[in-house]
Write a protein that binds this ligand. Structure first.
Ligand SMILES: [Zn+2]
Length: 186
């Protein structure tokens, strides 16, 4: 029978290292998102106890996470989870820097993909203004599946025009389009 006792560092060691790297990646991404200086923002970090069946997440603010990394604790641990193994396989951040970087890149990729999906696959709402010689000649809302970019030719309210501006509307999920009417020469 395989000894599952206290000397069994190997089994959980890689998990501790893996979740350490994962958590470092989460912290890096979180720090990029956390621009609102919201001190109450919490992020989910995975417990680093190394137990094979551990699937506990621990909610921590970035400050709390940083304190754990700087403090005497061996890592992020869910309440009551064994500290001994995590301490023995104490992970060196330096050796995991590459892993963290890879995780960060992966997270960025996912964010980009989510953005792409919202402008590619799903309908995006636009609030539009059609101008002609600085006068507003039409306004409205439209949902489009394809992303709209500056310079695109578009038909809105039965008017043909060129997209001059695409910008977010503060506090709204919509984008604002400003379209210059393109008049056909007579
Ligand atoms: Zn655990």
């Amino acid at each position: 029978m395989i000894d599952k006792g206290t000397d069994d560092v190997g089994a959980g060691g890689w998990q501790t290292a893996l979740f350490h790297a994962l958590n470092e990646g989460i912290a890096l991404v979180a720090s990029e998102f956390e621009q609102s200086d919201d001190p109450t923002a919490v992020w989910s970090f995975h417990c680093e106890c190394g137990a094979e069946d551990c699937n506990q997440w621990v909610e921590l603010g970035l400050d709390g996470y940083g304190a754990i990394r700087r403090g005497p604790e061996p890592g992020v641990l869910a309440p009551g989870h064994p500290v001994e193994r995590a301490r023995r396989v104490r992970v060196e951040s330096v050796s995991l820097r590459e892993d963290s970087r890879a995780l960060r890149a992966q997270a960025r990729h996912q964010i980009r993909r989510a953005h792409a999906a919202s402008s590619d696959g799903e309908l995006v709402s636009y609030r539009y203004i059609v101008r002609s010689d600085e006068r507003i000649i039409a306004t409205g809302r439209v949902s489009l599946r394809a992303p709209v970019e500056v310079g695109d030719q578009i038909e809105l309210s039965g008017l043909n025009g060129t997209v001059r501006t695409v910008e977010p509307v503060p506090g709204e999920p919509e984008l604002r389009l400003i379209v210059e009417e393109r008049r056909n020469p007579r």
